[in-house]
Design a protein around this ligand. Structure first.
Ligand code: OFO
Length: 163
């Protein structure tokens, strides 16, 4: 069975993934009520995906015969100044998840837990993709005038593959 410190950090990661899910849901809601239909669709989808990321670790812990803690999620940011700041917050969130996954893998290596390291490989790839998409979205804000918001929203849909 897995060691206690690994169990603990994986439970923290479950919480982080569910927090991501909540944050993206709030971003979807903001985009929705501000008329950014495509961006809203993207963040709804991201929110679903983050919940799945959390559940995947949840099941892993259950399969290992240890307690998977049901995450208690606090309040998240629901107001944003601009569409750009929403996407900036999304990239920031993905970077902190990448860092968290890297820290867990470092701990796995220290503890010789190569099974959990193998399990986490999927997350490393996923983070690479998510950071890539978030950065491509932010690039668009430099290419398209800020007042052309509807075009921005549509182009964002192409970059995020949700349009
Ligand atoms: Fe992109 O946060 Fe989950 O893994």
């Amino acid at each position: 069975s897995i060691k206690e410190d690994i169990e603990q950090i994986l439970n923290q990661q479950i919480l982080m993934e569910f927090e991501s899910s909540s944050k993206y849901l709030a971003m979807a809601s903001w985009c929705d009520r501000n008329g950014f239909e495509f961006s809203a669709g993207f963040f709804y989808k991201q929110s679903d995906e983050e919940r799945q990321h959390g559940l995947k670790i949840f099941h892993y812990l259950c399969d290992q015969g240890v307690v998977a803690v049901t995450p208690a999620i606090g309040a998240v940011q629901i107001e944003f100044d601009t569409l750009r700041s929403v996407f900036e917050a999304a990239l920031e969130q993905e970077i902190s998840v990448t860092n968290a996954i890297n820290r867990i893998i470092a701990t796995c290596r220290r503890e010789n837990d190569y099974i959990t390291e193998e399990f986490l490989r999927w997350y490393v790839k996923e983070q690479m993709e998510e950071e890539f998409i978030a950065r491509r979205c932010l690039d668009l804000f430099n290419l398209i005038p800020a007042d052309d918001t509807l075009r921005l929203d549509k182009e964002l849909a192409r970059v995020t593959f949700t349009g």
